[in-house]
Every structure is written in structure tokens, then in C-alpha cells.
Design a protein around this ligand. Structure first.
Ligand SMILES: [Zn+2]
Length: 297
């Protein structure tokens, strides 16, 4: 009986020792289990820039994220190269107006297409939308506009914008008058294109050609030439050249040189997906900035 008790005691001792061994193991594994957590927090920290970049498009986030990780540094490298075109403060003392086209809600009230004209158009149309990403044009226009603003300021310009949020209600004639009143030396209206033909792609710059804008037509054309050239150089987009227009309210009310860049077709799969990407928007903004600097250079 006593022997039996002894054996039981021994077994209990062995079990105790085993338990201690496990405790040591789990102790030593504790640091390794904390290791993943920094990595995990690093991983979870990575998406946060993405979230801020694509604040808007929910549909865009899943697509743009994998693409960005699969082609990490190729585009920013090009970007830096292009950005270096304009250096110093060549735009010092110059007022540049930027008009990111459209707004969150269109306004179908009418306004004259030109001062004194009987012909009217919608105050603000809804703009186009990514056929593949679902992202709206007004979002892309402002994203590029804000990037362009910072670049132009770095080049010494004073930048005035018609809007810096989506929740505004400013008609096209009002936008033009805002820029006139601000004494802008050049106004760039930022837009994206749309077409029923999804093959259609490329960038085009619209320029005023109405009789009522005779005083600014030549200068606007010169600016347009510089901007389309620098834009396609920076982005690799197809050059669709200049398109003179007499029907644009935003041109006809302008008393200062103005042009309108259609940065690409949101109805074309490749351009739609590019235009919502932060890296590509950087290229767009740098291209336009280079064009503006060339015009004033
Ligand atoms: Zn537009």
C-alpha cells in the first residue's frame, strides 16, 4: 500500500515537472507570438494610405490595391523624372485658376451659354462615370486638381480653385466669373471624357473659339498646346490634340485665357482603371503643371 502511494507521488512529481516544462515552452513561445503582431500591425498600417487615397470609390479600392502592390515603383520613378522638368519657382507671382469639373449633384437649371445669349444650357451637368470602376468623374477631377494645386504652389504660383469639395453648387458661368474676379492669368478646367465607344481613349484639350472670347482665343490655344504636349509626355496617353469649342459656358464667360483638359475616357477600361489610381493621377497633375510652366516659360 505504501509502495503504491510512493508510485502515485512519483507520478504526481513527474506530471508537475512536465507541467513546468510546458510553462517554459509557452514562455519561450510568447515572444515569437508577439513577433507576428508588429508585422500584422505593419500590414494593417499599409492599407491605411490606400484608404485615404481612394477616400471615395468603394468599388475602386479592391482593384487599385492589388495593382499597386504588383507594380511597386515603376510609376513613381517615371513620375519623379517628369516632375523634374519644372524646377525652382518659375510661376512666382502668377495666379492660376483650377476648375475641377462638375460636383456631387448636377444642377439642371438653365443659364445663358454666353453673356447676353438667348441660348441656355444646364448650370452643371452630371459628368461621366467609370464604366468599369463605377467612380464618378467629379471625384477624379478634384483628386487631380488638389494634386495639381500643390505642385503649382511649389512652383511659386498662387492657385485659386472653384471648388475643393464635392458638396458645392456652382454653375459653369459662376465658375468662370470666379476666375475672372480672382485675376487668374490662366484657368485650367479639369475633366474626364466619356463615349459610347469603349475603345475610344486618349487626352484632348478643349479651347475657346467663340467670337465672344476673341480676346482670349489665341492665348488659350497656346496654353492648350503646351498642356496637351506635356500631359501626353507625362502619362503616355494618346494625343487627341486640341478641340476648339464655341459652346462651352465655362469658356464663353471667361475673360482670361482658359482651356479644358479631358484627361482620358472613363468609358475605356484601361483609362478608367488608370484615372482612379493615385500614381497615375500624380502623372496627370505633373504633366499639366509642366505644360503650365512651359506656357509661362
Ligand atoms: Zn466633365
Amino acid at each position: 500500500m505504501r509502495q503504491y502511494k510512493l508510485i502515485t507521488l512519483l507520478i504526481a512529481l513527474v506530471m508537475l515537472l512536465c507541467a513546468c516544462g510546458q510553462a517554459v515552452d509557452s514562455g519561450s513561445s510568447a515572444p515569437s507570438s508577439t513577433e507576428p503582431s508588429p508585422t500584422a500591425s505593419a500590414v494593417s498600417a499599409q492599407p491605411s494610405p490606400d484608404v485615404t487615397l481612394s477616400t471615395t470609390p468603394i468599388a475602386a479600392t479592391p482593384e487599385s490595391t492589388p495593382e499597386r502592390t504588383s507594380e511597386p515603383s515603376a510609376e513613381p520613378a517615371i513620375n519623379t523624372a517628369k516632375a523634374s522638368n519644372a524646377t525652382g519657382t518659375p510661376l512666382s507671382g502668377i495666379v492660376i485658376g483650377l476648375d475641377p469639373g462638375h460636383q456631387a449633384h448636377s444642377n439642371s437649371e438653365q443659364e445663358p451659354v454666353a453673356p447676353g445669349s438667348d441660348e441656355t444650357k444646364k448650370k452643371v451637368s452630371s459628368g461621366t462615370q467609370g464604366r468599369f470602376t463605377g467612380v464618378t468623374e467629379y471625384e477624379v477631377n478634384l483628386q487631380v486638381g488638389l494634386k495639381l494645386k500643390r505642385i503649382l504652389q511649389d512652383l511659386g504660383a498662387t492657385v485659386v480653385m472653384t471648388r475643393e469639395s464635392h458638396d458645392v453648387n456652382i454653375s459653369n458661368s459662376e465658375r468662370a466669373v470666379m476666375m475672372n474676379d480672382a485675376g487668374a492669368s490662366l484657368v485650367v478646367r479639369l475633366h474626364c471624357n466619356g463615349s459610347d465607344n469603349s475603345d475610344k481613349h486618349g487626352a484632348v484639350v478643349l479651347i475657346p473659339s467663340n467670337n465672344c472670347t476673341a480676346a482670349i482665343n489665341d492665348a488659350s490655344k497656346e496654353a492648350g498646346k503646351c498642356i496637351i504636349k506635356a500631359f501626353v509626355d507625362a502619362t503616355g496617353a494618346k494625343d487627341l490634340g486640341l478641340q476648339p469649342r464655341s459652346d462651352q459656358t465655362g469658356f464663353n464667360w471667361s475673360t482670361v485665357p482658359v482651356c479644358n483638359i479631358e484627361m482620358g475616357y472613363m468609358t475605356n477600361e484601361q483609362e478608367d482603371k488608370l484615372l482612379i489610381k493615385d500614381d497615375y493621377q500624380d502623372l496627370c497633375a505633373h504633366g499639366i503643371a509642366n505644360g503650365i510652366a512651359d506656357y509661362f516659360g
